[in-house]
Design a protein around this ligand. Structure first.
Ligand code: ADP
Ligand code: MG
Length: 288
C-alpha cells in the first residue's frame, strides 16, 4: 500500500498544478540536481511570427515566397509552420496544391509544387548541402531563420521569432538558488540556442540536436553522475523524457510527451518545476 504521506502529497501536488503519473519518480524529485529544458514551447511560447522575408533571386517576390513556403508548411504541425501560415493569411494569400510532402526530421520540410521540388529548411541543412548560409540577415529577439529552396536553389530567407516566457526567467533563477544546474536541449541552430542560453543564464545547452539524438544528451549528463530531469512539450522530446530520471511534460504540449512523462505541469508553467522539486524535498522530510 501507498504510505499515507505520499497519498496526501499527491493530492496537494495536484492542487499546485502537478499531475503525478509516476509516484516513485515524484518522490525522486528531491534528488534532481540538473534540469534540462526543451527550448521551443517550453522555455519559449512556441509561437513564431514572421519578421522578414529576404529575397536572393529576382524572379520571385515576397508574396510568391510566402505562398510556396506556406503551401508546403500546410502539411506540417511545427510551430514554424504555424508562423508561416499566419503570415500567408495576413498577406491575404491562399495555399496552392502540394504533393509528395515529406518532413526532413529536425531540418525542415519538402514537397512538389507545380512540378518543382520545394523545400523549407534550417541553416544546418544548407551547410550539409554545401549551400552558403547568408550572413547579415536582420535579427529580432529570439530569431530562427529558415530558407526556401526551389530545385535545390536558394530563393529566400524567412526570419521568424519566438519569445522567452516570463516564467522561464523566474524558474531558472530559483533553480540556481537551490543549486540546481540548468540546461537547454534544442533542434534549433547554434546561434539561436546561444542567444537564449545567455539571456536566461543557463549552465549550458545542446543545439542542432536531431530528434533521435535528444535522449543521448540526457544520457551524457547522467553519465557524469547527475540526477537529471527533462522538461519538454514535443513529440520529439518523448525519448528524452523517457530517458531522464524524472520526465516532466508541459501540459499544453503533445499527447505523446504527456504519456511518456512522470509528471505533467498542468498550467504549462516552467516555474512549476521548482514547485515539484520543493514538493519532493518537503515530502521526503515528512517521511523520515
Ligand atoms: P525543436 O523542437 O527543438 O525546435 P525540431 O527538431 O522540431 O526542434 O526542429 C529543428 C529545426 O528544424 C528547426 O529549428 C527548423 O530549422 C527545422 N524545421 C523543423 N521543422 C520545420 C518546418 N516544418 N519548417 C521549417 N523548418 C523546420
Ligand atoms: Mg518544444
Amino acid at each position: 500500500a501507498m504510505p499515507l504521506v505520499v497519498a496526501t502529497s499527491t493530492a496537494q501536488a495536484a492542487k499546485n498544478g502537478l499531475l503525478i503519473r509516476n509516484r516513485t519518480q515524484f518522490e525522486n524529485a528531491r534528488k534532481i540536481d540538473t534540469v534540462v529544458f526543451d527550448k521551443t514551447g517550453t522555455l519559449t511560447h512556441g509561437e513564431f511570427k514572421v519578421n522578414f522575408i529576404e529575397l536572393f533571386d529576382d524572379h520571385y517576390n515576397k508574396e510568391q515566397v510566402i505562398q510556396l513556403a506556406a503551401s508546403l508548411e500546410n502539411n506540417s504541425e511545427h510551430p514554424i509552420a504555424t508562423g508561416i501560415i499566419e503570415k500567408l493569411k495576413e498577406m491575404n494569400l491562399e495555399t496552392i496544391t502540394t504533393s509528395d510532402f515529406k518532413a526532413i526530421k529536425g531540418k525542415g520540410v519538402e514537397g512538389i509544387i507545380k512540378e518543382q521540388k520545394v523545400m523549407v529548411v534550417s541553416p544546418g541543412f544548407l551547410k550539409e548541402k554545401n549551400i552558403e548560409v547568408p550572413t547579415d540577415l536582420p535579427v529580432h529577439g529570439v530569431s530562427t531563420d529558415v530558407f526556401l529552396l526551389l530545385e535545390d536553389k536558394l530563393i529566400a530567407a524567412i526570419g521568424l521569432s519566438d519569445k522567452i516566457r516570463e516564467e522561464s526567467y523566474r524558474a531558472i533563477k530559483r533553480l540556481k538558488k537551490e543549486g540546481i544546474k540548468t540546461w537547454m536541449l534544442t533542434g534549433d541552430n547554434e546561434e539561436t540556442a546561444k542567444q537564449v542560453s545567455a539571456e536566461l543564464e543557463l549552465d549550458g545547452y545542446f543545439a542542432e540536436v536531431l530528434p533521435d539524438q535528444k535522449q543521448d544528451k540526457i544520457k551524457e549528463l547522467q553519465a557524469k553522475g547527475n540526477f537529471v530531469a527533462m522538461t519538454g512539450d514535443g513529440v520529439n522530446d518523448a525519448p528524452a523524457l523517457a530517458q531522464a530520471d524524472v520526465g516532466i511534460a508541459i501540459g499544453s504540449g503533445s499527447d505523446i510527451a504527456a504519456e511518456t512523462a512522470d509528471i505533467i505541469l498542468v498550467n504549462s508553467d516552467p516555474e512549476d518545476v521548482v514547485v515539484l522539486i520543493d514538493f519532493g524535498r518537503a515530502t521526503y522530510k515528512k517521511m523520515i
